[in-house]
Design a protein around this ligand. Structure first.
Ligand code: NAD
Ligand code: MG
Length: 395
C-alpha cells in the first residue's frame, strides 16, 4: 500500500456467500482503485459473475461449468473482461499471478484450484475448509513449498489465529471451537428425522451458503472445522474442544498452559474475518456492526450432544484414525448432502451414510500423494451413492 501499485487479488467462488462478502470488503477498502482483480470464478450465477467482473474491472471471469460459457462470453462482451469456462480454466485462473487468493469455492471442487494457487506461492485466505479436511497434510505442504501465507477465514479459525500469541505456540494447551448449535440445537432426534431442506437451512445467526447452513443444522460443519483446526494449528485430537454457544459472539478461543483463555469476539458477520485475512497483519477499518455488551447482557454455553449430533463423534474418529478418513468422511457427506437436498434421504441419514462409508474404508492405507487422496475421495463417493440408492429402495 501507499506506493501507488494496486494489490493483485483473485476470488475463487466470488458469486457465493463468502465471495459476495469478500467483494463488499474489497469495495469498503477502496475497490478497483486499490485492488487489481486478476480473476473471479463462479459456477451457475453468470449474471452476478459478469456484473462483478465489470464493476471491479476483473481481468478474467471464469465459470466452472462449460455449458455456461456462451452466456458468460456474451455478458462480458466489449468490457475488456476475458471469459473462460471449465474446471481446468478455474485451476488456471487460480494459478494466474494474484498475490492474494480468496478460496471460497464450496466443497472438494475447491481443492484443485486452491492447491494450484498455494503451489504458485499466493497468500491463501482459506474459507474452503474442505481442502484441509480432505488433503490436510498435502495442502499444508503445498502452501509451505509455495512460500505464501495461509490465513484462515472460517470465523472460528480466524478467531483462533487472532488469539494465538506469536512465539507462544508451545504454550497452547487446547483450542475451543464455538458452535451455535444451529436451528435444531434443542430438538430431539425424532423431531429432526423428517425435516425438509427449507427448515434445516434456516440458520439462527449467520447468513451463509446452502451446504454450510445444512452443515450447521447437522453439526457436520463443526465436524469439518475440528479437522480443519487440527491441520491449521498442528494440534493433537485431544487438544480440540467444541462448546455450544448459541449467540455466536465468541468466535472461538485458545487455552494456554497458565490457565489463561484468549478469545476473539464480534458480531456474526464474515466480513470481519475476511477483512482480517485481506490486510493481515494489519487490521482494516470496516463498516460492520459493533458489539454492544449492555444489550447482549449474557453469553450462554452448553456441552455438545454427540448422541443427537453424531457428526461430532465421526470427526473425533476421523481425527484419531488419521489417514484418509477425513477425506472419506467429507466425500461421503457431500454425496449424502446432495441426496438430502434432492429429497432422496432423510436428515439423520446423512450421518448414517458418512459413518457407514468411514467404517467400510477404515482399513484403507494413508495416502502418499494428492492423487491417492482424490482416489479415496472417489471411492467414498461411490460407496455413499450405493448406500443412498439402497436406502431409497428400502423407503
Ligand atoms: P456458496 O454456496 O454460497 O458459494 C459457493 C461458491 O462456489 C459459488 O461461487 C459457486 O459458484 C462456487 N461453486 C459451486 N460449485 C462449484 C464447482 N463445482 N466448481 C467451482 N466453483 C463452484 O458457499 P459459501 O457459503 O460461500 O461457502 C464457501 C466456502 O466457505 C465453503 O467451503 C464453506 O464451508 C466456507 N465457509 C463459508 C462461510 C459462510 O459464512 N458462508 C463461513 C465459513 C466458511
Ligand atoms: Mg465456521
Amino acid at each position: 500500500g501507499g506506493s501507488g501499485a494496486r494489490r493483485s487479488i483473485s476470488i475463487l467462488g466470488s458469486t457465493g456467500s463468502i465471495g459476495v462478502n469478500t467483494l463488499d470488503v474489497v469495495e469498503q477498502l477502496g475497490g478497483r482503485e486499490v485492488f487489481d482483480l486478476v480473476a473471479i470464478t463462479g459456477n451457475s450465477n453468470i449474471g452476478l459473475l459478469a456484473e462483478q467482473a465489470k464493476r471491479f474491472g476483473a481481468r478474467m471471469a471464469v465459470t466452472a461449468d462449460e455449458l455456461n460459457y456462451p452466456e458468460l462470453k456474451q455478458a462480458v462482451a466489449g468490457s475488456g473482461v476475458e471469459a473462460a469456462a471449465g474446471p481446468d480454466a478455474v485451476v488456471e485462473a487460480a494459478a494466474a499471478g494474484a498475490d492474494w487468493v480468496m478460496a471460497a469455492i464450496v466443497g472438494t471442487a475447491g481443492l484443485a484450484p486452491t492447491l494450484a494457487a498455494a503451489s504458485r506461492g499466493a497468500d491463501i485466505a482459506l474459507a474452503n475448509k474442505e481442502c484441509l479436511v480432505s488433503a490436510g497434510d498435502f495442502f499444508i505442504e503445498a502452501v509451505r513449498k509455495g512460500g505464501g501465507r495461509l490465513i484462515p477465514v472460517d470465523s472460528e479459525h480466524s478467531a483462533i489465529f487472532q488469539s494465538l500469541e506469536d512465539d507462544q505456540h508451545h504454550a497452547v494447551e487446547r483450542i475451543v471451537l464455538t458452535a451455535s448449535g444451529g436451528p435444531f440445537r434443542t430438538w430431539t432426534r425424532e423431531q429432526m428425522s423428517d425435516v425438509t431442506v427449507e427448515v434445516a437451512k434456516a440458520h439462527p445467526n449467520w447468513s451463509m451458503g446452502l451446504k454450510i447452513s445444512i452443515g450447521s443444522a447437522s453439526m457436520f460443519n463443526k465436524a469439518l472445522e475440528m479437522i480443519e483446526a487440527k491441520h491449521l494449528f498442528n494440534l493433537r485430537p485431544d487438544q480440540i474442544e467444541v462448546i455450544v454457544h448459541p449467540q455466536s459472539i465468541i468466535h472461538s478461543m485458545v487455552g494456554y498452559t497458565d490457565g489463561s483463555v484468549l478469545a476473539q469476539l464480534g458480531a456474526p458477520d464474515m466480513r470481519t474475518a475476511i477483512g482480517y485475512a485481506l490486510t493481515y497483519p494489519d487490521r482494516p477499518k470496516l463498516n460492520v456492526e459493533r458489539l454492544d455488551f449492555a444489550k447482549l447482557a449474557r453469553l450462554d454455553f452448553e456441552a455438545p450432544d454427540e448422541a443427537r449430533f453424531p457428526a461430532l463423534r465421526l470427526a473425533r474418529l476421523a481425527l484419531e484414525r488419521g489417514g484418509i478418513q477425513g477425506a472419506v468422511m467429507n466425500a461421503a457427506e457431500e454425496v449424502a448432502f446432495d441426496a438430502f437436498c434432492q429429497g432422496r434421504i432423510g436428515f439423520l441419514q446423512m450421518a448414517d451414510i458418512a459413518e457407514a462409508v468411514m467404517e467400510a474404508m477404515v482399513g484403507a492405507p494413508a495416502a502418499t500423494s494428492i492423487d491417492e487422496v482424490f482416489a479415496g475421495d472417489a471411492e467414498a463417493r461411490r460407496r455413499a451413492a450405493e448406500i443412498v440408492a439402497q436406502k431409497e429402495m428400502a423407503a
